[in-house]
Design a protein around this ligand. Structure first.
Ligand code: SF4
Ligand code: SF4
Ligand code: SF4
Ligand code: FES
Length: 950
């Protein structure tokens, strides 16, 4: 049997999906003996034996369909010529893939296809990358006896409506691969084969354009299409790629692996990598198509400085920019003290970049004023899961969802924010797993094609903890706890205290109904389902963490999982869906003011001595400032210098007025980014950054998976971020010595027990690993806490519900909650600079029909959105996806000022802002708010007035 390498595995299309049955069968194909798992198709078995049977409608990402009849084989003792893609391999079978009879039949099939196909191979964009062309060659087609003059489809009109791909029906062979990809891989069901026989054709929606249909532009159909019918516009424009680099998507925390396909230094296509362990060859519109920002004309590629933020920018050399920054930071520290400067690391940067940044702050700045944008999203996850289980991370890998029987989604919107994982989850739900959704807004998952939640609990914003206590109350008082699990794995006294606490009448669904707004009956039914429905898996997002009780809620979910024994195996767990590509990594890398890498507290002498010895410095044992404290201290006049890497705090942080007051009070702000973002309007130094396509390093996704980011093109600004940090650190008097990011990872591994086994060699060998990766788990840890918790006994914490101080009242009677949309990403700095704007070019306020009617608001009206913190305006969309009393918007466009509205309230444990609950009023208006007018003025001033370098 032929032995195939890993690269072969990823590139050879074996025609039908892998089977993993425990039993195997042995058969003979063209005289070669091959053993495969039971259920494997003859086509796949042939491929594993090194024989590629011709095929058109089959591909190994989809179940066999058996429509094209090109893959016919003969089997000893059987009549006819069965299709190898739909015939399972059996013990003792003798298969013949190349006989005269089969060859003739295959040529006949190909003749029919080609007689109704344009003969423009030489000028076709898919020339050399077309399976139809390949198959014509493979079957030895030399002539088409039917001629080309009969009735045909050659004059069909192209659909160019999608900004990223073209649909040219004249080239379609109606193999249905696109339809099946949309159903099986993506789970959107946007395509059908309409009509029958000769008239049959692929139809998006109800014979609509792709753009107007349900299509979400994931590109799975484009990837599955064996012809040039569905084709990336970049490939049509620039031609087929000539080389590829395997790397990791820089958008969300799913962390999809891609092949960046290039011609020279131009990316022409991003293809999700089949062996990518987070995505298994799938992607969403952002990763696959929205990479054009990397070469957008607004990229700043030269360092710039200015004395005052009202001066024009002056382009300077890297040396001058670094020297100026170092002299300013030194001046500030001399004048205001060692703690007067700090830095913010980025969850968009690599682990290695984050590591050297926090090292520079601790060792060269000489303080612990380092924080990360995870402060404003998942810091409660770190705190809550570490408290409960001993590890600041999710418990499972994504594949675990395949074993889940009950999926509980709380405060997350996977189809928009984590689309590739959502497709996986939807597939499991279509297979029969049950779904519970807890969210103030009716997310798509609640009801979509072939998926419907068993229970949707539309709670009021800010009442998560009351809800989790009510679910726990039912589980405890109805005797649904997994007593054995709790007794074995948790502290008996803590279990007892928690049991008594949640059993109290005030925690019951009936008592909390008035708080959460959800019927007690539904809460009871959902609790029973989670506790008794088999493997129960919780997935959650920022709708949990971004609350004044964010950490409490994380611990509440951990309690629920421990009480039901839903931990320590596949199909269960407590799983944060992380927002940014490297938010897990930026936390792991010691970005918080109180922790070194691996979440070790800086006040503990052991870890501190370890770092002091390795780094050759004395380190401050006192935690430094968190991001909100940096703004407060700036306004107080004690914090004067800030280095912000890859984060736009002026747009993303809550209470914009407060943030910009803090920024305006500082004397030296350094922004290190791709574009002149909103924060850059307050900056004195701009250091150009490198996009993910331009750097080497690693990202860590939501399942603790460390994946390689590989340089596909050289950095447009000449330097990667870690090199810039090294230069600045040296200019401040603390030189670091790395020649390549792999050396930074070696240092991380040396100093961090959970990373001890990680190296670039291992990542290259295995593709990716999930930490902990060390002597105990040399190939990483897909599922945590098997056989016991990382902290020893799992900790039950009492989670008393404390209502947020942000209250509705006569002036502000509605609650605003916020979220993301599929096509845009966070502050939009990347996606707004792509064609994704076609789907979402402004932020819109969703409002319930009753609330709209009470205020005389009609669809599309401009409305003022006012809170205690500020006011803005946007257009209204009337929908019953939000409940009465709740309004919702996204925050992708700076001019909509969503964070002008949000308040300073934050999680009690971590200061994660309470973005998800703001009391507001909405009223009709015909003008922009004062803040929006000021913002427009500031933008005019900032619109890059630059003095070019000599
Ligand atoms: S791009 Fe994705 S969602 Fe759209 S039709 Fe193709 S597979 Fe379906
Ligand atoms: S568009 Fe492509 S994948 Fe879809 S039926 Fe036509 S040839 Fe097959
Ligand atoms: S799901 Fe996330 S990581 Fe995957 S392609 Fe989309 S944005 Fe990128
Ligand atoms: S590949 Fe088997 S019938 Fe099409």
């Amino acid at each position: 049997m032929t032995v195939h390498t890993d690269i072969d595995r990823a590139t050879i299309d074996r025609g039908t999906p892998e089977r993993t049955a425990a039993q195997s069968v042995t058969l003979e194909i063209d005289g070669i003996s091959v053993t495969v798992p039971a259920g494997t198709s003859v086509m796949r078995a042939s491929s594993l034996a090194g024989i590629q049977v011709p095929k058109l409608c089959a591909t190994d990402s989809l179940e066999a369909f058996g429509s094209c009849r090109l893959c016919l084989v003969e089997i000893a003792g059987r009549k006819g010529t069965p299709a190898s893609c739909t015939t399972p391999a059996e013990n003792g079978m003798k298969v013949f893939t190349q006989t005269d009879r089969i060859a003739k039949l295959r040529r006949g099939v190909m003749e029919l296809y080609i007689s109704d196909h344009p003969l423009d191979c030489l000028t076709c964009a898919a020339n050399g990358d077309c399976e139809l062309q390949d198959m014509a060659g493979a079957v030895g087609l030399r002539e088409v006896r039917y001629g080309y003059d009969g009735e045909n489809h050659l004059n069909q009109k192209k659909d160019e409506s999608n900004p990223y791909f073209t649909f040219d029906p004249s080239k379609c062979i109606v193999c249905s691969r696109c339809v099946r990809a949309c159903e099986e891989v993506q789970g959107t069901f946007a395509l059908t084969i309409d009509e029958r026989g000769f008239a049959s054709h692929v139809s998006a929606g109800m014979n609509e354009d792709f753009l107007d249909s349900e299509c979400v532009s994931c590109g799975a159909c484009v990837q599955a299409c064996p012809t040039a019918t569905l084709m990336e516009k970049t490939v049509i424009q620039h031609g087929t790629p000539e080389r590829s680099v395997i790397t990791t998507c820089a958008y969300c925390g799913v962390g999809c692996t891609f092949e960046a396909e290039l011609q020279g230094d131009r990316v022409v296509r991003m293809t999700p990598y089949k062996d990518g362990k987070a995505n298994h060859g799938h992607s969403c519109v952002k990763g696959r198509f929205a990479w054009g920002y990397a070469t957008h004309k607004e990229r700043i590629t030269k360092p710039m400085i200015r004395k005052s933020i009202t001066d024009p920018w002056r382009e300077v050399s890297w040396d001058e920019a670094i020297a100026y920054t170092a002299s300013e930071f030194k001046r500030i520290q001399q004048k205001y003290g060692i703690g007067s400067i700090g830095g913010i690391t980025s969850s968009r940067c690599t682990n290695e970049e984050v590591y050297v940044m926090q090292k520079m702050i601790r060792a060269a700045f000489g303080n612990n004023n380092v924080d990360t944008c995870a402060r404003v999203c998942h810091s409660p996850t770190g705190y809550g899961l570490k408290t409960a289980f001993g590890t600041s991370a999710g418990t499972q890998d994504f594949d675990s969802v395949d074993q889940a029987d009950v999926v509980m989604v709380i405060g997350a919107n996977p189809t928009d924010a984590h689309p590739v994982f959502a497709s996986r989850m939807k597939r499991r739900l279509r297979e029969g797993a049950k779904l519970i959704v807890i969210d103030p807004r009716q997310i798509d998952l609640v009801r979509m094609p072939h998926v419907e939640a068993s229970y949707y609990l539309p709670l009021k914003p800010g009442t998560n903890v009351a809800m989790i206590n009510a679910l726990a109350h039912v589980i405890v008082t109805e005797g649904l706890m997994d007593e054995e699990f709790a007794a074995k794995n948790c502290d008996a006294a803590e279990v007892k205290a928690w049991r008594e606490f949640v059993s109290r009448p005030e925690c019951s669904p009936e008592a909390t109904e008035g708080v959460t707004g959800v019927s007690a009956k539904d809460v009871r039914a959902a609790a029973r389902l989670y506790a008794t429905g088999g493997n129960g898996a919780i997935y959650y997002g920022l709708g949990v963490t971004e609350h004044s009780q964010g950490s409490t809620m994380v611990m509440g979910m951990a309690n629920l999982a421990m009480a039901t024994g839903n931990l320590g195996r596949e199909g269960v767990g407590v799983n944060p869906l992380r927002g940014q590509n490297n938010v897990q990594g930026s936390c792991d890398m010691g970005s918080f003011p109180h922790e070194y890498t691996g979440y070790r507290h800086i006040s503990e002498e052991g870890p501190r001595k370890l770092f002091e010895k390795d780094w050759g410095v004395t380190l401050d044992p006192e935690p430094g400032l968190r991001i909100p404290n940096m703004f407060d201290s700036a306004i107080d006049g004690t914090f004067k210098g800030l280095y912000v890497q890859g984060e736009d705090i002026a747009q993303s942080d809550p209470n914009t007025h407060h943030v910009t007051s803090g920024l305006s009070a500082m004397e030296c702000i350094v922004v290190h980014d791709l574009f002149l973002n909103e924060t850059a309007a307050y900056a004195h130094v701009f250091l150009p950054g490198a996009s993910f396509l331009e750097k080497d390093g690693t990202f860590t996704n939501a399942e603790r998976r460390i994946g390689r980011v590989r340089k596909a093109i050289p950095p447009m600004c000449g330097m990667a971020e870690w090199e810039v940090t090294m230069k600045l650190s040296a200019a401040l008097g603390y030189p670091m010595h790395y020649n390549h990011p792999s050396e930074i990872m070696d240092e991380i591994a040396r100093l961090t027990p959970t990373f001890a086994g990680v190296s670039y060699d291992k990542l290259d060998e295995l593709g990716s690993v999930q930490w902990p990766c060390n002597e105990k788990a040399p190939e990483g840890t897909p599922v945590m806490h098997i056989g016991g918790f990382a902290r020893g006994k799992g900790k039950f914490v009492l989670t008393e519900y404390v209502p947020t101080d942000e209250r509705t009242g006569p002036r502000f009677p509605l609650l605003l909650t916020t979220g993301r949309i599929l096509s845009q990403y966070n502050v939009g700095a990347q996606t707004r600079r792509t064609a994704n704007n076609v789907w979402h070019d402004e932020d819109i306020l969703e409002i319930h029909p009753h609330d709209a009617e009470n205020r005389g608001i009609r669809e599309g009206d401009r409305v003022a959105l006012v809170s205690r913190a500020g006011d803005t305006s946007m257009r209204a969309h009337i929908t019953d996806r939000v409940q009465p009393g709740v309004v919702y918007t996204t925050f992708h466009h700076p001019e909509s000022g969503a964070n002008v509205i949000t308040t300073d309230y934050s999680d009690w444990a971590t200061n994660c802002p309470e973005y998800k609950v703001t009391a507001v009023e909405v009223r009709l208006t015909n003008r922009e708010s004062r803040w929006q007018e000021d913002y427009a003025e500031l933008q005019k001033l900032q619109r890059i007035e630059t003095v070019a370098a000599e």
